[in-house]
Design a protein around this ligand. Structure first.
Ligand code: SF4
Length: 334
């Protein structure tokens, strides 16, 4: 579908949602994926301090933290029902690469059946620089220590001018794509996000989607695309009004129509449970997960709970006429 046709559909939201739903339904019927997962953030100390980030702290702030392998084991040992551990963290020079790898090992020892999805491309670049190693080596380390997928974070909008406006100097668009391409070549699956609801135009969204789609056509390594609604609280852009539900549904539907990435997530801590359920009829097929104690969206002002039980997720899905299907990090059925 070309950009003109997509723009036409934007002005006819119900047609847009129907088109996206048709494509999603042809792939999965009524199935909706979800994971029994936890989002672990190993540290909130970050030397980058992006203008849009509500999560990062400076070393020495009263609520700054860094988890040790023992802390992680303590956190996970009673969560034997988990099937996925998702890990992203701040860029903290005091969290050494060998500690990160030790944490991956200890997760596998504590919960041998979970699948691990770990680190953003931004963290991969950070540790490659910290360790003086090529990106390939960092990715191989992740594979060797039990991670089977990269998270999708750090993409925001893959355009230099957008990164300038969002006040971030982290990983360039070219490097973000290069790291994911390298991961795919080395056998690590990955995901991609998009931060919307700030300064971006519809053209920016299309440019972002098209860049990711081009890489997907080349490697086929992306598994899920996750639109993230900008949460302004505790950021440099508190004046920005969060995107409406209609805008969120438009973004999700357009993402489904442009991308051949198999899964589009309705990430409920970011877009809200109600909108997430509507999104499952507008192109999304994954309600993400239980999460346990999600932090990043909540620091930005999300009023959703920190986590949901798998029973709640399943009920939410069945109550709108769809079928819950539990998945792991690489969409194998659990
Ligand atoms: S978005 Fe990531 S890199 Fe930027 S300040 Fe937040 S944690 Fe650090």
């Amino acid at each position: 579908m070309n950009n003109v046709a997509l723009k036409d559909l934007l002005n006819n939201p119900l047609d847009l949602f129907n088109e996206a739903h048709k494509k999603r339904f042809s792939l999965y019927g009524k199935n909706v994926f979800f994971a029994k997962n936890i989002h672990l953030n190993l540290t909130n100390i970050c030397i980058e301090r992006c203008g849009f980030c509500p999560f990062a702290r400076n070393k020495g702030d009263f609520d700054a933290y860094k988890l040790t392998p023992d802390d992680v084991v303590l956190k996970l040992k009673d969560l034997r029902w988990l099937s996925e551990v998702h890990i992203t963290s701040g860029l903290n020079p005091d969290l050494k690469w060998k500690e990160v790898l030790k944490i991956l090992d200890s997760i596998k020892m504590t919960l041998p059946k979970v699948t691990i999805k770990s680190l953003t491309a931004v963290e991969v670049e950070f540790y490659a620089k910290e360790e003086g190693k090529p990106i390939e080596k960092i990715i191989e380390d992740l594979l060797d220590h039990g991670s089977i997928s990269l998270t999708g974070g750090g993409a925001e909008i893959l355009k230099d001018d957008m990164r300038k406006r969002l006040l971030t100097k982290k990983t360039s668009p070219e490097m973000w794509l290069k790291i994911h391409e390298t991961a795919h070549k080395l056998g690590l699956k990955s995901n991609a996000t998009m931060l919307y609801g700030h300064f971006e135009t519809f053209e920016d969204i299309l440019d972002h989607l098209n860049l990711i789609e081009r890489l997907q056509e080349k490697t086929g390594g992306f598994q899920a695309f996750i639109p993230l609604k900008f949460q302004p609280l505790n950021t440099k852009f508190q004046h920005i009004k969060p995107a409406t539900s209609i805008k969120t549904l438009q973004v999700i539907a357009i993402s489904r129509l442009v991308l051949s990435i198999p899964h589009i997530k309705a990430y409920w801590p970011s877009i809200g449970q109600d909108t997430a359920l509507m999104a499952l009829w507008a192109g999304a097929d994954d309600l993400e997960g239980t999460l346990v104690d999600e932090k990043i969206m909540h620091e930005g002002g999300s009023t959703e709970p920190g986590g949901l039980s798998d029973e709640s997720l399943k009920n939410m899905i069945t109550e709108i006429g769809l079928i819950p299907v539990e998945r792991n990090s690489i969409y194998e059925r659990v």
